[in-house]
Design a protein around this ligand. Structure first.
Ligand SMILES: C[S@@+](CC[C@H](N)C(=O)[O-])C[C@H]1O[C@@H](n2cnc3c(N)ncnc32)[C@H](O)[C@@H]1O
Length: 287
């Protein structure tokens, strides 16, 4: 079967079964994203513009260009278009309530008992920054003036450079800002132009944005994290990929630390080691 869509400039771009399999395997092997047969039209829709503007006439040509490229740029452009970056402030709010009221106090008292003031939080699959900024706003709310006494912050990683650039710029429209409580908006944002809001540097500097592929076999962290968020990312992966990844998250979670996933996700068998706390929240047992 060959599926066709109306492309730009009036001509039709089609993808053959073979081309779909090639693209699908490439995306799965490099990024873990599992494109099912139902995602065929989505793939055409997301890629036809780049294929045409780059002067290619078929998916086959585009595929060959990517695999023969000496640098990562072509792959990076591909994932920028294929990844779904949908996110918003305060998404799955009860997670943030739990984070503020239970997870943070627990890990902080445990760190204090050890005489440590280093709080490590990782937001994996941070997309355009709404989630890590939300985490940071709540961390600062929790600590108040004491925040400065802590070596705290959020490591925010994603595979999509386009999403990361938006995150680093920290500019959001009114609709997005409306999701955040007013006291936090006035503290952490300033208005620029008619309906744009910018994250203040005081918050921005607490986020470290990095490109990181969760499929990398090596996770380059020297120390574990007290809290890891990886929400609405593993929905794009198949079960073996998730199981593998969860093992790595577990390895990099401090004992007593928390792991948050999206509400529509479940760890299934792969939570063997994590303890279930509440829907989509897990904890690594204390040693
Ligand atoms: C739907 S967004 C979720 C954003 C945010 N965590 C939330 O819950 O609102 C999924 C993110 O996962 C990222 N992603 C997908 N595959 C990835 C991979 N292999 N490595 C790192 N990030 C990946 C995408 O680029 C995208 O920004």
């Amino acid at each position: 079967m060959s599926e066709k869509l109306n492309g730009m400039n009036g001509y039709l771009l089609s993808i053959s079964d073979e081309e779909f399999q090639l693209m699908r395997s490439l995306i799965y092997e490099r990024f873990g994203i599992n494109l099912t047969e139902q995602k065929r039209s989505l793939l055409i829709g997301r890629l036809q513009k780049i294929i045409k503007t780059s002067g290619f006439h078929s998916f086959q040509q585009y595929y060959e260009h990517i695999i023969n490229s000496q640098n990562e740029q072509a792959l990076s452009n591909l994932i920028d278009r294929v990844s779904t970056n949908h996110t918003y402030f305060y998404r799955e709010k009860d997670h943030f309530d739990y984070f503020l009221q239970t997870a943070l106090p627990n890990v902080v008292s445990r760190l204090e008992a050890k005489g440590s003031r280093e709080l490590r939080v990782w937001c994996a699959g941070c997309s355009s920054g709404e989630e890590p900024y939300m985490i940071l706003m709540l961390m600062q709310k929790y600590f108040g003036m004491d925040y400065l006494k802590w070596d705290a912050g959020v490591l925010a990683t994603d595979i999509s450079l386009r999403a990361l650039n938006t995150a680093k710029a920290g500019i959001y429209n009114q609709e997005k800002i409306d999701m955040i409580p007013e006291e936090l908006v006035s503290k952490h944002f300033y208005k620029s132009g008619k309906s744009e809001w910018v994250v203040k540097d005081s918050l921005k500097k607490e986020a470290t944005f990095r490109r990181f592929n969760l499929m990398n076999s090596h996770f380059p962290f020297k120390k574990p994290f007290q809290i890891i968020f990886c929400r609405n990312v593993m929905i794009y992966f198949d079960q073996p990929t998730r199981d593998n990844l969860v093992k790595k998250f577990y390895q990099f979670t401090d004992p007593g630390g928390y792991f948050f996933i999206g509400h529509s996700e479940s760890l299934g068998r792969s939570h063997d080691h994590y303890q279930y706390v509440k829907p989509a929240v897990y904890q690594k047992r204390y040693k």
